[in-house]
Design a protein around this ligand. Structure first.
Ligand SMILES: [Zn+2]
Length: 81
């Protein structure tokens, strides 16, 4: 079975309100041309991307010793379709 190659883009943006009292830096993420997340959060972006790809994910914890993030993936097979 041939794997589908999805195109994910990550574009930085700066936002400042008209009063210059608040500013935000983050990324605009798209999956296959569709914007799925805009903001500073990396975890949120990853979840939105995988959700768009049809994968249900949940961040279940952070391994404190190694700093390695632990993920739970459901129906991972859909990635390979
Ligand atoms: Zn403001």
């Amino acid at each position: 079975m041939e794997k589908t190659k999805h195109k994910i883009t990550k574009q930085p943006y700066n936002y400042e309100c008209s009063d210059n009292c608040c500013s935000e830096f983050g990324y605009i993420w798209t999956v296959n041309g569709k914007e799925v997340y805009r903001g500073p959060g990396e975890d949120e972006a990853i979840i939105c991307i995988l959700t768009e790809l049809g994968v249900q994910v949940e961040i279940v914890g952070l391994e404190e010793q190694s700093g390695e993030e632990v993920w739970e993936l459901d129906n991972y097979d859909t990635i390979l379709d």
